[in-house]
Design a protein around this ligand. Structure first.
Ligand SMILES: [Zn+2]
Ligand SMILES: [Zn+2]
Length: 373
């Protein structure tokens, strides 16, 4: 993606009376101004109210969903994206008792209402309230981690903000949300231990999936076209890491399953071909889970008889689960899975367009891109 960078310093002080006193009331932010356009601007530090906290962002992961929203202009500008962030509390509202200035925290930007039809069915990401983003660096709330300071709204302070131990780095903590989404996917796929799982794509998300499935006692095959990623996949515990262009994946999986095929295939790659192959790689009654198909309107090839006659299940999972927050946090805090190894690049805020370009054009040496505002 070619991301333009407007080189001007824009100052947008709508209401000087409400300015925060932190940092002289101003901060740097990478503002989304339209399809493929990120502009580095000076904006007001968000003002917090009594139940809210202000977080100085130290690390924010670049997520595939942000890339798509920016590249295709899927949502109206202006917005400040970045929802996989961790940092330090620098200001607390008068009603806040859970946190104090200096606390190290990681923040989930969505929290469900727990009361509606969807929440009762535990379909948290379908809850209307869940879709309300509760963190912002200004403009329409969109995460805000691509800025120096983020305002965390009261319901996120209550239920979506997690204290990070001293020995865990901010960049490790920035993986709490993405790991949660992977754990939720495995739960949705009703993964049991002792199964054989094939993960299409060994990028940052695929490697989180692979490690998580493995930690739950499963044998995992990681697939990717990039050799370096396969190397890391093996290093992090994949039983096999194969390149579908060169290796016979069907044979390898058959060899692990007495010829049946995999129990579960996870498509963590935006590739229609992978979805097609995944339907063939799973055994009768097996599951194919879509994880990277987030752009509305994308049609995919499905052999309907595989669903009907062979009873294969085609399912999907999106976003995180509030019920897995603690589990995800403990896995990272106890280093039960390796997230540090997934970071390939760190960029200053000013270089976000470069980070976005790299994250959307994976190469031999790129994995997770982390922004350090
Ligand atoms: Zn994300
Ligand atoms: Zn709800």
């Amino acid at each position: 993606m070619a991301v333009g960078m407007k080189d001007q310093q824009q100052t947008v002080f709508a209401d000087r009376g409400k300015r925060s006193s932190i940092n002289g009331g101003q901060m740097r932010a990478a503002v989304y101004r339209g399809a493929s356009l990120i502009s580095l601007e000076t904006v007001p530090v968000p003002k917090i109210s009594e139940g809210e906290i202000l977080v100085r962002v130290h690390a924010c992961g670049v997520c595939g969903t942000d890339l798509k929203k920016i590249e295709y202009g899927l949502v109206p500008p202006p917005r400040i994206f970045g929802h996989e962030f961790a940092g330090t509390v620098v200001e607390t509202g008068s009603r806040v008792t859970r946190f104090r200035v200096g606390d190290r925290v990681a923040v989930h930007h969505h929290i469900p209402c727990r009361k509606c039809f969807y929440c009762r069915k535990k379909l948290f990401s379908q809850c209307e309230f869940y879709r309300r983003t509760g963190t912002t660096a200004g403009f329409e709330p969109a995460g805000g981690g691509f800025a120096e300071y983020v305002r965390v709204m009261d319901w996120i302070v209550e239920e979506g903000t997690i204290l990070v131990p001293e020995d865990i780095s901010f960049e490790e903590a920035s993986f709490l949300e993405p790991l949660n989404t992977c754990l939720k996917a495995l739960e949705t796929a009703e993964l049991e231990s002792g199964e054989v799982v094939v993960v299409y794509g060994q990028g940052p998300v695929g490697l989180l999936m692979m490690q998580s499935a493995r930690r739950e006692g499963n044998r995992v095959v990681g697939l990717d076209f990039i050799e370096k990623r396969l190397e890391i996949s093996r290093e992090l515990g994949a039983e096999a890491a194969l390149n579908p262009e060169k290796d016979n994946v069907i044979e390898a999986v058959a060899g692990m399953t007495e010829g049946r095929g995999a129990d579960l295939a996870i498509v963590a790659a935006a590739s229609p071909r992978a979805i097609e192959d995944a339907q063939g790689i799973v055994r009768r009654g097996g599951r194919v889970l879509l994880f990277a198909q987030t752009v509305a309107g994308e049609m995919i090839p499905v052999d309907a008889s595989r669903i009907c006659v062979e009873e294969k299940k085609l399912i999907g999972s999106y976003s995180a689960s509030i019920e897995l927050q603690e589990k995800a946090a403990q896995m990272i805090f106890k280093r039960e899975i390796n997230v540090a190894r997934l970071i390939s690049h760190r960029f200053a805020l000013e270089l976000l367009p470069e980070g976005i370009h790299l994250a959307s054009h994976p190469s031999e040496h790129s994995l997770k891109v982390v922004i350090q505002p």
